[in-house]
Design a protein around this ligand. Sequence first.
Ligand SMILES: [Zn+2]
Length: 65
Amino acid sequence: MPLPCPACGTVSIRQHSRYRRRLADTALGERRMEIFLSVRRLTCVNETCDKKTFAEQVEALAHIP
Ligand SMILES: [Zn+2]
């Protein structure tokens, strides 16, 4: 999914990496639930841009351990 760089507006198509960040630990009834956010890190393809990489937050994932 193309996403414009927040600094220069160039549409980046290069995905740098992906990581998961844990958002919350909640209780659902008696079960514990963890909520993860899947974050894509994108590289700006504009060589004169000093933003280089930026993060996009795409999807929240609920995970029941
Ligand atoms: Zn840029």
